[in-house]
Design a protein around this ligand. Structure first.
Ligand code: CTP
Ligand code: CA
Length: 224
């Protein structure tokens, strides 16, 4: 019996995906983190693998399980995520940055557990490197770079500004104001902007379905 073998759209194409939060240590027992579950990034990695891509998933601390079809690199801090991304970006045809990277990290990490003392207490923080911006600076014409924007107000303006500033091909806007969207949930509601600032609004869907929508938009950017 003759079998017709149809090539998948992304066979042999390297795709890098970031997912999850980062944890920035304060002392041996504490960190600054955020509510990102990693679900969206893991769904994107799975969908890219289903389309035939060789997927590298760079993940912050998460309870999500990756499938055998993706090559996973676990990191903890924003600085570790930056290094892993820089090492893998060069030969990635498509990069999707869905991680919720900490914007600030403690200036000093205490060697011992900090004991409570004064009524008020503050920790000095310094900015982390914007990984997506850094990659956008070195992006070639052959590469597709996709970012996320999480906003609570003036969502569309902020998202479009990030698309331009970070030199992205697409930006996926997640609005925390939308019911059914956001952290820890199995559903999401997105709006996508392309480089022409054209907008596509999607319904609330499972993160698996949202991942399919995002991948469909990315495939449209690739030369036929
Ligand atoms: N991002 C990144 N490195 C950082 C911070 C953010 O790569 N240090 C990426 C995220 O993965 C996401 C995009 O930048 O794809 C936008 O993240 P977001 O937090 O919405 O925007 P920021 O540029 O950090 O601005 P702000 O938090 O002030 O809105
Ligand atoms: Ca941020």
């Amino acid at each position: 019996i003759a079998t017709i073998k149809k090539a998948l759209p992304l066979t042999g194409v390297k795709v890098m995906v970031t997912a999850g939060p980062t944890y920035e240590p304060i002392d041996p027992v504490r960190f600054i983190g955020n509510h990102s579950s990693g679900k969206m990034g893991f769904a994107l990695a799975d969908e890219m693998a289903r389309l035939g891509a060789d997927v590298i998933l760079i993940s912050g601390p998460t309870a999500e399980k990756s499938t055998q079809q993706v090559y996973r690199i676990d990191v903890t801090t924003a600085s570790e995520m930056l290094e892993a991304c820089k090492s893998n970006f060069g030969d990635s045809a498509i990069t999707i940055m869905s991680a919720a990277v900490a914007d600030y990290t403690p200036v000093h990490v205490a060697a011992q557990k900090i004991k409570k003392a004064t009524e008020e207490f503050s920790i000095a923080l310094k900015k982390t490197t914007d990984i997506l911006f850094t990659l956008g600076q070195t992006k070639t014409k052959a590469q597709i770079l996709v970012g996320f924007a999480l906003e609570t107000n003036n969502e569309e303006e902020h998202a479009k500004a990030k698309l331009i500033k970070k030199n992205l091909d697409l930006i996926i806007l997640n609005s925390l104001n939308d019911a059914g969207a956001g952290f820890q949930k199995d559903t999401n509601k997105i709006t996508i902007f392309n480089q022409c600032l054209e907008k596509t609004v999607y319904e609330v869907k499972s993160k698996t379905e949202v991942a399919k929508d995002i991948c469909t938009e990315i495939l449209k950017l690739r030369p036929a």
